[in-house]
Design a protein around this ligand. Sequence first.
Ligand code: UDP
Length: 379
Amino acid sequence: MYDVIIAGAGYAGAVSARVLAEKGKKVLILEEREHIGGNAYDEVDEHGVMIHTYGPHLFHTSDKKAYDFLSRFTNFIPYHHTVMGNIHGKFMPIPFNLNSLYVAFDKEKAEKLEKKLLKAYGAETRVPILELKKAKDPEIRELAEYVFENVFVHYTMKQWGYKPEEIDPAVTARVPVITTHKDGYFTDTYQAMPDEGFTKLFEKMLDHENIKICLNTNAFDRIKLKDGKIFFDGEEFNGKYIFTGMTDVLFERKFGPLPYRSLRFDFEYHDVSSYQEAPVVNYTVSEDYTRISEFKKFTCQKDVAGTTIVKEYPRAYEPDSDMIPYYAILNDDNKALFAKYKALADKYAGLVLLGRLAEYRYFNMDAITSHALEMAEKI
Ligand code: UDP
């Protein structure tokens, strides 16, 4: 009856479902939650504020193909995202840039460092903090130590439970030091938010006659893997099974649990029109939470008087709890453990692992969109 069965209705599942459905494949999606959209899901809270239930999602990409694909299902409103660091009560643009220099230091020192940075790296350059720390010039190295201490080390310890040098360098390189006077969290060509939210985008993407969705359905109850074969409701299934959940769970944690990082979100409603001076404020040296996001500042909602914010408390993911695994923790040991599960998965010709959880990777929304587009084309 179905050519493709997909576990999970987040980006990986929904994008591949749409592409395959348009090619005439009959697609069944099994989604454990009571809603589609994965962690990009958004909804209106009891105060009328549009919130991102699983934490702030900001869309940005330089990949025209991914942008064009998603644009078929939403109008994107241009939105330039800014983040401020709260550093002992001083507010500083993040990523740390030439403007941040003038908040951190007196004018004379800031000017000197600005000249040195521009000479060493050129204008508009993204320099990862771990690279900046290796600068030849001792004053740039001293600046790097300042940024490392005040922006990265405590935040990263909170977020990951590891120091910046103990995790994959690509993670901290996501938020480099930038030799620019333009504030902004991203430097991508397209920076925009879906005008009616992400859930609506997913509803439109999944609205196709060849796609059937079963919500509140645990894929493990209906799909079993055994000896290289896939069984659906007890019968051998010869189509493709796209799995977007946790790969260790798919194989009953045979080699032990893959570590993930989870988060606790504390939402607060405040009866004021604005709670903080930026859409997101990162607490890089203090507090147990990493950041406070104020939704209406980035969903661009106008028709609401009060404001809802969320504080993010990172924590270790505990297997078999009701915690949500948000991030793979990328280090050599964990990658090696994942490789063992991947080797098992490769024994199933019909099985495709796709997405942040299943591939144990850090995908942004645009990256998983383009990856799922390619994977679906291949299938
Ligand atoms: N980071 C940091 N301080 C900041 C912002 C980011 O140390 O103020 C580091 C931290 O390790 C974080 C990583 O850079 O996990 C990537 O940040 P990003 O905001 O991209 O993370 P996400 O929004 O995906 O959680």
